[in-house]
Design a protein around this ligand. Structure first.
Ligand SMILES: Cc1cc2nc3c(=O)[nH]c(=O)nc-3n(C[C@H](O)[C@H](O)[C@H](O)COP(=O)(O)OP(=O)(O)OC[C@H]3O[C@@H](n4cnc5c(N)ncnc54)[C@H](O)[C@@H]3O)c2cc1C
Length: 479
C-alpha cells in the first residue's frame, strides 16, 4: 500500500506526489490521508480554515467519484501516520514538500518516525514548477534579486501538468466525516468565501484566460478593473497546480499566434507581453518560495538588516485606524475595507496599504503581516512575508527606504475615477473625484461639508515621509 499525505496540495490533478504514489502502487493500493495538525491550526484563521474544509470536501468528493476515499485524522502527524501505516500495511508514504521552516522541521520528525516503523518515505516537489535551489546564480547561490531569477526561470523548460490518477490504483476504503469548524476551534467566517476545490479554481483560470490575460500587462494595475486571475487562494491551498496554470499560458500564447493573419501586429505584441507578464507573477511566487526555503527566519526577522534596530513607532491608535479603514486616506481605507469584506485585496492596493503602515505610520511590518494572515483567504507565508518585507524596505529586492508611495498620487494614477474607492467607502459616494484624491489636503471645514461621516487624515503624509527617511537613516548609520 502507498499512502499519500495531502497537505497544501488539495487536488488530484497535476499532483506530483500523488501521481508518483499511483505509479508505484498495484491496483487498489493508494491510500490518501489528510491530518489536522494542531501545531498548524494555531496559525489558522476562521476564514482560511473554513476554506480548507470546503477544499477538503471537494477533494473527498473527487476521490469518491473514482471509487476511492480520503481518510481524515486529527493529531500529531508523527504519531498518526505510523499508526495508519501499521493499520493498512503501508509500504511507503509520499508527500509534496512544503517550504516553510516549520513545515520542514515537522517533516523531518515525521520521516524519522516512519523510518523507525520501517516505512519508506518519498518526498516530491509539487508546489512550484522549479523547486528551490533548481535556479541559482552562476556562482551556485540562491537568487536574491528577482530580475535574474526570472530570466532563468522563464527560459527553463516546463513540465506538462500531470493527469489525475485513474480509479484503478485507489484503495477501496471508507473515509471519515470532516470535522465541523467549531470542533477545530474556529467560528463561521464573517464573509462569503470563494468557491473552493479544483473545479472552481480551474473555472477561474479559464475565465481569466478567455479574455483578461490578453490585457493583463496594463489592466492588472487598476483595482477597479478586477482584471487579474483571482487564483491566489487556489495556488496557496493547492487546489490548483502550478504546471496547470503555466500550461494555460502556453495555450494563451498560442492563441495570440493563431489569430487571423492581417491582424494588427502591435496588438499581437501587446497580447504576448500580457501573457508574459502573467508568467512573471507566477515566477514571483516561486522566487519567494525559494527565499523562504533558504531563509526560514524571514517570517519573523528582517531579511536585510540595518546597522541599528529600526525605531518603529507602533502607535496603537494609528494601527487601529489602519485596520479599521479609518485613516482618512481614501485608497488606503478602501483597501483595508476590501480586506475586511472579502478576505482579498488587489495587489496594487496591498502595496499601498503596506507602504502606508510601514512608512507613514512607521509601524513594524510584522504587525501588518499578522493582520493579513488573519484576514486574507489567500495567505501564503512566502508571498505574504515577501510582500511585507518588500514594502518595509527590509526584504530581498526591496523597495529602497527613501522611495515612499504617496497614497494620493497612487490613487490618482491607478484609480483615476475613484471607482474602487467609492465601491468600498460609500461615505465618499457623492464627493467629486478630484476632492476624493485631494481629501487629505482639503480644508477641514470643506471635508466636513462634503462627507461628514468620513474621517480626517490621521497623519500628514509629507511630514511622515520625512520622519520615515530620517528613521531609516538613523538605522543605517554606523555611529
Ligand atoms: C503586502 C503584500 C502581501 C501579500 N500577501 C500575499 C499572500 O499572502 N498570498 C499571496 O498569494 N499573495 C500575496 N501577495 C501578492 C499578490 O498581491 C497576490 O498574489 C495577488 O494579488 C493575488 O491576486 P490574483 O490571484 O488575482 O493575482 P494575479 O495577478 O492574477 O497573479 C497570478 C498569481 O501569481 C502570484 N502572484 C501575483 N503577484 C505576486 C506577488 N507580488 N508575489 C508573489 N506571488 C504573486 C499569485 O500566486 C497569483 O495568484 C502579497 C502582496 C503584498 C504587496
Amino acid at each position: 500500500m502507498q499512502l499519500f499525505w495531502h497537505r497544501r496540495d488539495l487536488r488530484l490533478h497535476d499532483n506530483v506526489g500523488l501521481a508518483a504514489a499511483a505509479e508505484a502502487a498495484d491496483a487498489g493500493e493508494v491510500l490518501p490521508v489528510f491530518v489536522f495538525d494542531d501545531a498548524v491550526l494555531t496559525h489558522g484563521s476562521d476564514r482560511r480554515v473554513a476554506f480548507l474544509l470546503d477544499a477538503l470536501a471537494g477533494l473527498r468528493a473527487a476521490y469518491r467519484e473514482r471509487g476511492g476515499d480520503l481518510l481524515v485524522h486529527r493529531g500529531d502527524p508523527s504519531g498518526v501516520l505510523p499508526d495508519v501505516a501499521f493499520d493498512y500495511d503501508v509500504d511507503a508514504v509520499h508527500w509534496n514538500a512544503d517550504y516553510s521552516g516549520l513545515a520542514q522541521d515537522r517533516d523531518e520528525v515525521v520521516a524519522d518516525a516512519l523510518s523507525m516503523a520501517d516505512v519508506e518515505v518519498h518526498r516530491h516537489h509539487d508546489a512550484v514548477i522549479h523547486e528551490p535551489g533548481a535556479i541559482r546564480t552562476n556562482a551556485g547561490d540562491p537568487y536574491q534579486v528577482y530580475t535574474y531569477f526570472w530570466k532563468k526561470w522563464r527560459d527553463r523548460e516546463k513540465p506538462d501538468p500531470l493527469d489525475p490518477p485513474a480509479s484503478g490504483p485507489l484503495a477501496d476504503v471508507a473515509g471519515d466525516d470532516l470535522p465541523a469548524l467549531a470542533d477545530l476551534g474556529f467560528e463561521v467566517p464573517d464573509i462569503d468565501l470563494p468557491e473552493a476545490g479544483h473545479d472552481a479554481a480551474a473555472a477561474r483560470l479559464d475565465d481569466f484566460c478567455a479574455a483578461d490575460i490578453y490585457r493583463y500587462v496594463e489592466a492588472r494595475e487598476y483595482p477597479a478593473m478586477d482584471a487579474t486571475a483571482r487564483i491566489s487562494q487556489d495556488l496557496s491551498f493547492g487546489t490548483l497546480g502550478p504546471r496547470e496554470a503555466y500550461a494555460r499560458t502556453t495555450e494563451a500564447m498560442a492563441g495570440v499566434e493563431n489569430e487571423d493573419e492581417g491582424e494588427d501586429e502591435d496588438e499581437d505584441e501587446d497580447e504576448r507581453e500580457s501573457v508574459e507578464e502573467f508568467r512573471r507573477q507566477l515566477a514571483w511566487r516561486e522566487f519567494y518560495a525559494q527565499v523562504l526555503y533558504f531563509n526560514p527566519a524571514v517570517v519573523t526577522e528582517n531579511y536585510d538588516d540595518y546597522e541599528n534596530p529600526i525605531a518603529w513607532r507602533n502607535d496603537g491608535a494609528e494601527i487601529a485606524a489602519w485596520k479599521a479603514g479609518e485613516t482618512g486616506y481614501p485608497i488606503v481605507d478602501a483597501g483595508m475595507r476590501q480586506l475586511d469584506e472579502e478576505g482579498y485585496v488587489h495587489n496594487r492596493v496591498r502595496m499601498i496599504v503596506a507602504s502606508f503602515l510601514t512608512k507613514d505610520l512607521f509601524c513594524d511590518w510584522r504587525v501588518g503581516y499578522r493582520h493579513f494572515r488573519e484576514r486574507l483567504v489567500d495567505h501564503d507565508t512566502a508571498n505574504d512575508t515577501g510582500g511585507w518585507q518588500w514594502a518595509a524596505s527590509t526584504g530581498t529586492d526591496a523597495q529602497p527606504y527613501f522611495r515612499i508611495f504617496n497614497p494620493a498620487s497612487q490613487a490618482e494614477q491607478y484609480d483615476p475615477d475613484a471607482a474602487y474607492v467609492r465601491e468600498y467607502v460609500p461615505a465618499l459616494d457623492d464627493v467629486p473625484v478630484g476632492k476624493i484624491h485631494d481629501w487629505p489636503d482639503l480644508d477641514a471645514d470643506e471635508r466636513d461639508d462634503l462627507a461628514p461621516d468620513y474621517p480626517d487624515p490621521i497623519v500628514d503624509h509629507g511630514e511622515r515621509r520625512e520622519a520615515a527617511i530620517d528613521a531609516f537613516e538613523a538605522a543605517r548609520s554606523e555611529e
